[in-house]
Ligand binder design. Structure first.
Ligand code: TYD
Length: 138
């Protein structure tokens, strides 16, 4: 699966820490969009439930913590994001679900493309068929 954790360089001092993400050093794509999810005020809420045809993302939990399930029809992994100096790269054609948000969680997402609803698979069965078809085509 095209997922990996990226450790960002932290500038630490007695005043606290700073992470700078400057294209193209730290992220494997040019950033076209930034959004963030926060105020998920029940730990039972789950978000995501989609895959992207072409979009790549890096997810950074800049406050609190969250778990991210990334899966294909063949394998799945859960990442626990609880460190603002770590980013989770999520490639194309991967189903993702975010859960166990702490009340203070802020999930920052860096994205390789602008928002386009046509880039989404929001139905797992349709995603699964497209994934398998793409695999057979390779
Ligand atoms: P949604 O994709 O449902 O969030 P998640 O998958 O993380 O649970 O997005 C919530 C709403 O925000 C939905 O109406 C689409 C809209 N949206 C944008 O307008 N721009 C964006 O960049 C994103 C990610 C979502």
């Amino acid at each position: 699966m095209e997922t990996r954790l990226i450790r960002f360089e932290e500038k630490k001092s007695n005043l606290g820490s700073l992470v700078a993400i400057q294209d193209p050093d730290a992220i494997p794509f040019a950033i076209q969009r930034v959004y963030y999810i926060y105020g998920v005020d029940s730990e039972t809420y789950r978000r995501g439930f989609h895959a992207h045809k072409d979009l790549e993302q890096v997810l950074i939990c800049v406050s609190g913590s969250v778990k991210v399930l990334v899966k294909t029809p063949n394998e799945e992994k859960v990442f626990h994001l609880d460190d603002p100096s770590i980013g989770l790269f999520v490639g194309k054609m991967l189903w993702r679900e975010m859960f166990d948000f702490t009340k203070d969680a802020v999930l920052l997402v860096l994205a390789s493309r602008k928002y386009d609803e046509k880039d989404y698979y929001r139905d797992y069965e349709i995603y699964e068929k497209a994934y398998m078809a793409q695999r057979r085509g390779k």
